[in-house]
Each structure stands twice: as C-alpha cells, then as structure tokens.
Ligand binder design. Structure first.
Ligand code: AMP
Ligand code: SF4
Length: 458
C-alpha cells in the first residue's frame, strides 16, 4: 500500500510545503520511504527522497523555501520491489521530450511481461519496482507528445494504478480503468490538489472536488484542467474493499462513502450475524477494530469499553527487534487494563485476520489480564487469497484462514468463539454494488480471470 499526492498552482505559488503536509496525512498508507519531486524553473525535475517517516526523511523548512509550483509526492509501503532507497518514489526519467516523474499507488499485474518486452528492446531498468515500466513505456514513444505517449502507455497496463505525474510541465493524475485504488481531486484558491485520500485535502485546507474516475487522466496545466480517458473498456469496477475495512483513514470519503460510516456499519452487521450471549461488553482492537466495535456495541446493546491501550508514540523504528524484545511480544505497543477485563466475558472486534499472529497474542494478553472469555469477531470475511493489487499480503500458505476452517482457527488463536462477516455484508455495507468493488482476497475472484484484460504488447 502506498499514498500519492500532488499540487499545482497555475499562478506560480509555492506548493512544496503543502505536498509535505499532504504526505504527512497519508503516512498510514506507507512508512517505509517517502519522496517529493517538483518542476524547477529550468523545466527540469528535482527531487528528494528518503527512508522512513515523512517528518524524518524530509525537511519541511527547506521545502517551504523552494519556489516550485508543480509537485508530486509519495509514501511507500513496499509490495513490488525491495525496500532499498532505489525503489523510493517518485521515480524520475529524462526522455528526449523532457523529464517525467511518477508516483504510484497500486501494483501492476503484467509488469514482468512488459519488463521482458522492454528489455528485449534495449531498456535498462534502474529499480526493481513495477512503476518503472510506465516510464519506459513513455520513453519508447519519442515521436508522440508526452501526454499522448502516456495515455497510450496506460492502455498496456493491467492491475492497480493510481498515479500522480509531472509530465510535459504539467501535473497529471491517473486512475486505472478498474478504479482499484482511490484518488481524489481538490482545490484551494488557485491551487489544484490530487490525493490518495480526502483526509489529506482536509489537512491542506482544500475542498474535495470529486473522485478521479476509473480510467480517467486529469491534466492540470496553464490551459486549465482537462479530462482525458484511457481508451480501454473495463467491464467491471474494482475499488478495493479492504480500503474500507482497514487501509484508508476513517476521516476519508471514497466514492462518496465515508470510511467511518462503512466501518461502523460493518460492526453493526457483524452483530446481526448472531448475538453473543453472556458477553459483558465489546472492545475493539486498538486502533484497527475500534470503529467496527462501536457499531457492534450499538447494535447489540452492549457497552463499548477500552480494554487495551496502545502506546501511540511507538514508531516502526524506535525499538530494535532484539530477542528480548521479541519475547516481550506486542506489549511494547499494547497493554491490557486489568481492572476492566478481570472476570469479564468480552467480545473483541478486529478488522481482519491475516496471519493470525496479532489476534492470537491479543487474546492471550486479554486472558492474562483476567478475562473469563474472549469472543473474537472480525469485521471482514476470511482473508483466504493473496492480493496482487498493491497490498502486502502473504502467500496463501501463510494466510491463517486459508490453512484452516473457522472452527480450527478459533481454537488456534485461543478464542472461545470466532465469527466473521460475510462477503455479502461487506459489499452491502460499502453500498456501491457487487460489480463496483474488488473482493479477490476474500473470494479468489481476480480481475485477470474475468476476461477483462488484454495480452501484453508494445
Ligand atoms: P495478522 O493476522 O497477525 O497478520 O495481523 C492482522 C492485523 O494486521 C489486522 O488486524 C490489521 O489491523 C492489520 N493488517 C491487515 N492487513 C494488513 C496488511 N496488508 N499489512 C499490514 N497490516 C495489516
Ligand atoms: Fe483490495 Fe483484497 Fe482486492 Fe487486494 S485483493 S485490491 S486487498 S480487495
């Protein structure tokens, strides 16, 4: 999972600090590396990239002093390609028709095939990311105008891509024809913004204008905004349902649906699947299960209690994973409140079970604090299949729900009972219709099997 952001001021106002702030608001989408690229006065693209969190990798004060009025940024969570800085984005290339920078959220499923074809025609890849394929495809069409070359290149891609680019001296935003990943357009005064999520537009004081449509290419340049289409006829839309379950921030709105409201509805529907008799209260796993737990509590007329506290200052890099730290397990991050849990039968809600490790540790922790029973409730269907569209899920054999049935899994994680949400409930809670969302990690129904993709050609 990654996040992208972009800003362009036709009046020439400086936007780099806002891109920094936008990335800051998208930090939950990727913590591994970050970067910003901007259009310099000479028409060349400059950039800064670094490992780790936005505030540690980039210097807000320095960025604020630079006069650039067209910029893009990225926060990275590695899925395709390794985690070295060479894979940090935005990626930049210089073609005979000028420089191009790209920041990508999503994962291309035909990147390997395209890479082989491009290499057979002399392309030399600098990184191991799928994103670089896009730059090479553009560079291979020097006879075309850069934006035409881009649109043509997009017709070769299969999979998930929400992009921000600097190309032909303009800010360009692209969403793949299936609409896997969210992307929104915003505005404040003369400045146009593009962001993975609307929460980042709120942070820079911009108004959300609309979602970039699946298959749309929005060009923001001196001539005003233009909307182009990728000439591909996608049969289905596939907005990632996991964005609503876990990834997106609850203060974001995706395709008109409030992530917070959907998450609460997931909890309500979970409660309707069968009352948990004898439970004293409901508690959400911090923070991922909290909102669904509120919905569950509301629907089942139980109180919602905070029973485990999260140290909100624990970053990914603060504590070295020594053997001693491993033995201490998740307690560095989380600590149960014994007075709340002692002798109680608790419904614990979390958004998902992937490998099953988190849930197992949490249940052990809650029981060690004296809970008499833990009824585990999961506000998504069982994750049985890997994601190939930009979310870092393990292989099938590592997915707990693929390895065993629900009863066995309940036992394995130490729950007194375990219940999941149905796929139907998930789709209905999102409210966009079955043909509008991707549920492949739950159902195994991948885009590539639906007859909706073309062969790789150049
Ligand atoms: P586990 O079952 O131990 O793999 O952890 C599952 C928990 O990690 C869920 O409760 C989510 O809060 C979170 N989660 C779900 N999917 C992902 C993912 N792809 N990357 C990181 N965390 C995730
Ligand atoms: Fe989202 Fe799952 Fe589809 Fe991946 S497979 S895009 S995580 S719904």
């Amino acid at each position: 999972m990654c996040g992208v952001f972009g800003a362009y001021s036709p009046k020439g106002n400086a936007v780099l600090e806002e891109v920094y702030l936008g990335l800051y608001a998208l930090q939950h989408r990727g913590q591994e590396s970050t970067g910003i690229a901007w259009l310099g006065e000479n028409g060349r693209i400059a950039s800064i990239r670094g490992n780790g969190l936005v505030h540690a990798a980039l210097d807000q004060g320095e960025l604020a002093l630079l006069p650039a009025s067209c910029a893009i940024g990225h926060v990275r969570y590695s899925t395709s390609g390794g985690s070295d800085l060479g894979n940090a984005q935005p990626l930049i290339s210089t073609t005979s028709r000028g420089s191009v920078a790209v920041a990508h959220n999503g994962n291309l499923t035909n990147a390997e095939g395209l890479k082989t074809l491009l290499e057979s025609r002399g392309a030399i890849f600098q990184s191991t990311t799928d994103t670089e394929v896009i730059l090479h495809l553009v560079a291979h069409q020097p006879h075309k105008r850069p934006i035409d070359a881009l649109v043509d290149s997009l017709t070769r891609l299969v999979g998930a891509y929400s992009l921000t680019l600097i190309i032909d001296g303009r800010l360009v935003a692209v969403r793949d024809p299936w609409g896997f990943r969210p992307l929104v357009l915003g505005r404040r005064e003369d400045v146009w913004y593009v962001s993975s999520e609307s929460c980042a537009l709120d942070l820079v004081g911009a108004t959300t204008i609309r979602d970039i449509e699946p298959g749309e290419v929005v060009v923001l340049g001196p001539e005003g905004p233009r909307s182009l289409r990728i000439p591909l006829d996608a049969k289905t839309r596939r907005l990632c349902s996991f964005e609503f379950v876990y990834f997106a921030r609850p203060d974001s709105v995706i395709e008109g649906k409030s992530v917070y409201e959907v998450r609460k509805e997931l909890g309500r529907r979970l409660a309707r699947r069968g009352p948990c008799t004898g439970a004293d209260f409901v508690s959400g796993m911090p923070d991922s299960g909290t909102i669904a737990a509120m919905g569950y509590a509301q629907e089942s007329n139980l109180s919602h209690e905070l029973s485990v506290v999260r140290n909100r200052y624990v970053g990914r890099t603060f504590i070295e994973p020594t053997q001693r730290v491993r033995e201490l397990g998740v307690r560095i991050k989380l600590n149960p409140i014994t007075r709340v849990l002692s002798g109680k039968s608790v419904v614990v809600v979390d958004d998902s079970i992937v490998r099953g490790t988190t849930c197992q540790r949490m249940i052990a922790m809650i029981k060690s604090a004296g809970a008499s029973a833990v009824h585990m409730r999961v506000s998504s269907p069982p994750v049985r299949f890997p994601c190939y569209y930009g979310i870092d899920t393990p292989t099938r054999v590592e997915l707990a729900a693929a390895r065993m049935n629900i009863q066995q899994l309940g036992k394995e994680v130490g729950a007194d009972s375990l219940e999941y949400l149905s796929e139907e409930d998930l789709v209905e809670a999102i409210g966009l219709g079955e043909s509008a969302v991707c549920t492949a990690c739950f159902s195994g129904k991948y885009l590539e099997e639906g007859g909706d993709v073309q062969d790789v050609t150049l």
